[in-house]
Design a protein. Sequence first.
Length: 199
Amino acid sequence: MTDSSDLIICEYCDSVYQRPPLARNERAHCQRCNAVIERRPWLGLDQLLALNLTAGMLLAFVSFYPILSVQNQGRNNAASLADSVWALVDGPISAIAAVVGASLILVPALQVTLLTWLLSFAHFRQRAPGFRWSMRTLEVLRPWSMLEVFLLGALVSVVKLTGRVEAAPAAGLFALAALTLLMIGIAGRDLRLLWKQVP
Ligand SMILES: [Zn+2]
């Protein structure tokens, strides 16, 4: 009898296939609707773990180091990600601070923590305690990380402010750009390989 983990179902037309052996960076397409049914990523689990740890360090950096530096009438103001959230807490729309804090700091921090937990055990070919819950939570969290939206907003702010005041991107902005790319590459990717590679 065929092990059900050897079978794969097309998400678009429900055709069932035997899982094909794939080389790194290869894809398998559904013969009926041509959708991608399986892909083998070019990054292995250990590389993902290394990138994930890097993302954790970058997140800590952008949370507390300035992203934008503004000079106006001799006064210098610099704001980090955490400063942006605190500025909203003190302002007239303080309720928004909770949403911004969650989508910019809490959700990415949870994603990095859960991935580090899962991938650290996967390094030793073991399933981490709470594996199923962690995998489901990562899927739920995926749409709630808004780092790329904030990055876009920060870039627009630098462009708009230049000319009115002396505004310059600080080291945190470059770290934020790197973190955003990493989070899209790590947390945004299909993590189903963990189910297969860590039995
Ligand atoms: Zn199909």
